[in-house]
Design a protein around this ligand. Structure first.
Ligand code: HEM
Length: 229
């Protein structure tokens, strides 16, 4: 791969997606707040939605924390806490990561099947709703394929290459050269992941940002004064 193409893929593209994610979300919340919704289709079909949505959300939340541990937390920190490389890869990555990925995959398969085969849900879905399901399904499958293919690349450790590159994006000195030795299945997974981040604010996925954050800081019980009459 030429340097130009590598810089395009591992510097310009991720920054474009991250900028779109941050500014798109700010713009959506500032000027288009009223349109933020998960666009529930519960009244059209309930059973598959409940099972699929539950499995997907539990799986994806666990996978999210797995990504923080594997990508954002440097290997030296896990070494410091006595977590050896083998322990990390067998328990963290292969067992817990695969478990989380399988839950997310089962959920997203049910949700995608439902969206495409239930006539009422399909007709009321926008182009973006359909694409979100397909993109998530592909990204989850590629993530699982990366995790499961890990043992087949014995000399490769994503925590010494891909993760260092990902963190270097945040301190604005992208080490794009580190991506040269990364197996292609990881690369396509990362590209799909960044595409999801880039398009996140303009799709139904944006509802994830409406988490009731105020619950963390507000008082347990909110007392109201009796209005004086
Ligand atoms: C919405 C976006 C993404 C989704 C849905 C997703 C999903 C997944 C899933 C389900 C797995 C399987 C293992 C696990 O559950 O942790 C995985 C693995 C992985 N993902 Fe992602 N991912 C996303 C974005 C990214 C991005 C942006 C990166 C890199 C910057 C990344 C890097 C990795 C790596 C390195 C693995 C292998 C982990 C291991 O073997 O321990 N992912 N991903």
């Amino acid at each position: 791969m030429s340097d130009f193409f590598s810089i395009l893929l591992w510097v310009i593209f991720p920054y474009a997606m991250l900028l779109s994610f941050v500014f798109g979300t700010i713009i959506r919340f500032t000027w288009f707040r009223a349109g933020i919704t998960a666009v529930s289709s519960e009244m059209l079909e309930k059973r598959k939605l409940m099972v699929g949505s539950l499995l997907f959300h539990v799986g994806i939340i666990l996978a999210f924390f797995g990504h923080i541990l594997g990508i954002l937390i440097p290997k030296t920190w896990t070494d410091f806490f006595g977590i050896s490389n083998e322990m990390y890869h067998i328990f963290g990555s292969l067992m817990m990561g695969t478990g989380a990925g399988l839950l997310a995959l089962a959920g997203m398969t049910i949700l995608t099947y439902r969206r495409f085969t239930n006539a009422r849900v399909f007709i009321t879905s926008s182009w973006s709703d359909l694409m979100v399901n397909v993109a998530l399904l592909i990204t989850i499958i590629l993530g699982l394929a990366s995790t499961l293919s890990g043992p087949f690349f014995p000399g490769f450790d994503y925590r010494e290459t891909l993760s260092v590159w990902a963190r270097s994006l945040f301190y604005l000195q992208p080490h794009w050269q580190l991506m040269a030795t990364v197996p292609v299945v990881y690369k396509i997974h990362v590209i799909c992941g960044f595409l999801i981040f880039g398009f996140f604010p303009y799709t139904r996925l944006v509802h994830a940002m409406t988490l009731p954050w105020q619950y963390i800081f507000r008082r347990y019980i909110v007392y109201r004064r009796k209005p004086r009459v």
